[in-house]
Design a protein around this ligand. Structure first.
Ligand SMILES: CSC[C@@H](O)[C@@H](O)C(=O)COP(=O)(O)O
Ligand SMILES: [Zn+2]
Length: 211
């Protein structure tokens, strides 16, 4: 009999859903969330549920390859992206994915990255004690083949690391949404809010320039 998901993990996933829904960052059934559990297990949201109305029954456990402990349950369609983050970044223990208007619009018009520069909120990122910095958030192509998208991300992270570039704890999928991770769910929520705030600023600046 597999171990149940700890109540604290379930509560954190449900609370994340409420918070993102309040901001309109998980419209329809968009978004998915996960937490790394001890023993290589991952608690992830089930596929196709509205993230603003999550209950304890909407979280389930997969292994590091995305295989469900209970084969009768269908994990998020994007589970392999969560697994890829946990595999590559050992410090990551919480992953959030949302679809905001700002991240969708900006990712459609951006090149290979969106550079955020000079914002006080950059300090929400690890190792940045000042606004006087730039963070280059990768933008990757959308793909309904999630395993292929994950392989592309791995190539991109490998190239960034090879070039001595810092890999920020987040990326955008073009025309789709954002992924963010941190050591805790609260940390991931703070990072997501900081990123979304800066993207909203970028969107407003762009609209001003287009006028
Ligand atoms: C409402 S369509 C959005 C989905 O295709 C997907 O991008 C998404 O974010 C949610 O998928 P899910 O399988 O519920 O985790
Ligand atoms: Zn999505």
């Amino acid at each position: 009999m597999p171990e149940p998901i700890p109540d604290t993990a379930i509560a954190a996933i449900i609370a994340a859903g409420h918070r993102l829904d309040l901001r309109n960052w998980v419209p329809a059934t968009a978004g998915n969330f996960s937490l790394r559990l001890p023993g290589g297990r991952i608690a992830v949201t089930r596929s196709g549920v509205h993230k603003g109305f999550l209950g304890p029954e909407h979280a389930m456990v997969v292994d590091g390859e995305g295989l469900p402990e209970d084969p009768a349950l269908r994990p998020s369609a994007e589970t392999l992206l969560h697994c890829g983050i946990y595999r590559r970044f050992p410090e990551a223990r919480a992953v959030l994915h949302g679809h905001s208007i700002a991240n969708t619009v900006l990712s459609r018009r951006a090149g290979k990255a969106i550079v955020l520069q000079g914002y006080e909120l950059l300090k929400a990122f690890p190792g940045l004690p000042t606004h006087d910095a730039a963070v280059s958030v990768p933008v990757v192509p959308n793909d309904q083949d999630i395993a292929r998208m994950q392989r592309g991300l791995e190539r991109r992270w490998g190239a960034m690391a090879g070039a001595g570039e810092a890999i920020p704890p987040g990326y955008l999928i073009r025309g789709h949404g954002i992924y963010v991770w941190a050591e805790t769910m609260d940390g991931a929520l703070a990072r997501l809010e900081a990123l979304e705030f800066m993207l909203e600023c970028e969107l407003q600046d762009w609209k001003e320039r287009e006028r």
